[in-house]
Write a protein that binds this ligand. Sequence first.
Ligand code: ZN
Ligand code: ZN
Ligand code: ZN
Length: 275
Amino acid sequence: MLVTLLGTGDTTGTPTVGCDCETCETARERNIERTRFSVHIENDRTGESLLIDFSPDFRYQFLRDGVSLPDAAIVTHIHFDHLDGLGNVFRLVDSLDIYAADETDPVTGKSVAETVQSDYDYLSPIEVHPTTPYDPIRICGFDVTLVPVVHPPLVCYGVVVEDPETGAKLSVTGDTNYEIPDLSREVFADPDLLLADGIVPAALCDHHPIGGCHENADGVPRTFGTKHMTREGALELADELGAKRTRLVHIAHYYSADEAFEEPLAIDGEQYQLS
Ligand SMILES: [Zn+2]
Ligand SMILES: [Zn+2]
Ligand SMILES: [Zn+2]
């Protein structure tokens, strides 16, 4: 299993358009970037590729990193930075299987699968497969499970990808706060690689209009606002899950320049071979 981090940024990315903060300026100087979220997973046994989320930066990411076009894809939720790149596959693929959750979101009245289907009705190559969370299905030779997480107000899912031949396991939290249900934590547990939403350091919660929540015993917020984990929350989750290796993703430019490019914060283009 070859995992390529195509997009490791939050919804504005780093550098952010029009921003001259020290973090964005440092990224420009060092030629580092965090485009909008996407992960590419190649099955080196079958040659197939699975994509998690359609970044608005899809075209640029595939050109930059030279990875193969996906045979199948998962959409974790319907936010712009995860879904709105799907139109990029137009005239690139003859067929594309897309898997998304089948549970009705009380906010939209539709499941993620239904929203993908109705928003991209014009894309004839795609076939949307409504998928039941917690039930593993075989995609591109992997066992893939959608894992409910907490990203108010919308439904959202993390993803577990396991290779049934090698036992390699990738867990991706998706966009989530720290309050992930126990059953989901069990499904995420013991990954070879964990990609965890760690959008900002906990200290930034002072600058969020509603602050942070899900504080640990030392009073450190593990959730930023209501939607995302802090760095501290993501690292505590990693510990609890027993992750062999952890990369923080969905990173905002609000990390200060001296910590924004330090371990274990991911940058675009990182690759991991899991076996
Ligand atoms: Zn900036
Ligand atoms: Zn989101
Ligand atoms: Zn997002």
